[in-house]
Design a protein around this ligand. Sequence first.
Ligand SMILES: [Fe+2]
Length: 491
Amino acid sequence: MPTVRLEKRLLLRAHEEGNEYLHSPAHGPVDFEITAIDLDCEGEIPKDLDGVYIRNGHNPIFQPPSGRYHWFDGDGMVHATTFSEGKATYRNRMVMTAGLANEMEAGKGLYPSLRDGFAAEEGLKNSSGTDVVLHNGEFKTMFSRCGQPYRLDPENLNTLGPDDFNGGWSEGVSAHSKVDERTGEFIFFNYSFNTKPYMQYGVVSADNEVKHAVEIDLPGPRLPHDSWMTENYTILHDLPLFWDQGLLEKGKKKLTLHDLPSRFGVIPRYGNNSDIKWFEAEPTYILHTVNAWEEGDEIVAYAYKQLSPCPTVPRDTPSAKVQNYFLSFLYMQPRLTEYRFNLRTGRTSERIIDDANAEMPGMNYRYLGLKNRYSYNTYAAEVPYFLMAGIQKWDYLSNAQIDNYMLPKGKFMGQPVFAGKLDSTQEDDGYLLAYITDIDGGDGEIYIWSGECIGDGPIAKVKIPVRLPGGSHAYWGHGRDIRRAQARRLL
Ligand SMILES: [Fe+2]
């Protein structure tokens, strides 16, 4: 049995009738922070698994003043499990943002909901609950609507404060800004929904100094969610899913797929706005990319192109349930798509390479930006949430699914992480890990598969001694990367 320590009791105040992101066992917030040492396991935790598996998510404390709640309004909470020498310790911790601190001081919710009108957008709280990476030996949490990232201690997961990159950048970054694990650089983009510049782009060094930051011209405000990087380039997104401008002038917001091409801006890593080459493609929306690399004159890039970026919401759907249609990959119908951007001719080619309704991919991030062979993509589920029903192992050499695993009934996962063996030259030599949510309210788990073979099922099931709600993005922080960055700081 693990040793479980209650660290903090959280008084949850958010309530909206019929809102599954507040009241279902699958997504409802938890009202505690705990540390659970020496977790039980079915099977054996691999002795060479060394690092921290961290996943972000939304855990609302206060009710937005309008009484409406959108899942992305919820304060960030990380769930982090540290693996070392065959043992595992689990911690969950709130990301202590400035907004949450203000609300705690006031004793009530102070910020609007994403479900409120357009005017509310300006006052949104940066929940820092969307994404997380390891950079400079610390975790950084990020929000999909931008704002300053928050720094977390990699050992105790306590919030160290907002990150302004040693005073070099206080304008914020978007979720899905990326880490190049080979150079240690943090490659960011930032966007604005109302004022110019509508996009910014930059590079931060391995020791958190801003090396480069430029403004990017866009025709208007956009809602990009992700980007790609290669060894020498970053590819920025200008997609035609954005607010109806006519309604915006009346203070209303409605997402519309405009009759415009998708545009992808290829910028050298240290390039300026004038260096960008824009490539046009079919209109769509992309939440998540997989990987991209350089190949001759081309950049080859993989992402989940949506067939239905604006799902139809049935009439008479209660207000609290409308968000389900925009938070379900089942309805958005993402498809794994290959884009090729030819830097010599300026031409784009694109093709859907898999019919599976899948998304939330994981891969060996040591290969991010390099030609890689495998990703672990997750299947959309028959439930109206951001939860996934299983995994496929995709081989980019043959462009085919070569293995897969479906989760047991009632169990769902989010984005998996890949813990590669650092001294191996084989990309899939390592372990695939996924937090498992029991939608009936049972305790959480971490499934661990061999990266080479997922079809035979997990080699270990680590038991989390509490309920684990579904979450957003995840990262594997290699123990060696954390220790090296700490040693560098002590020099
Ligand atoms: Fe995302």
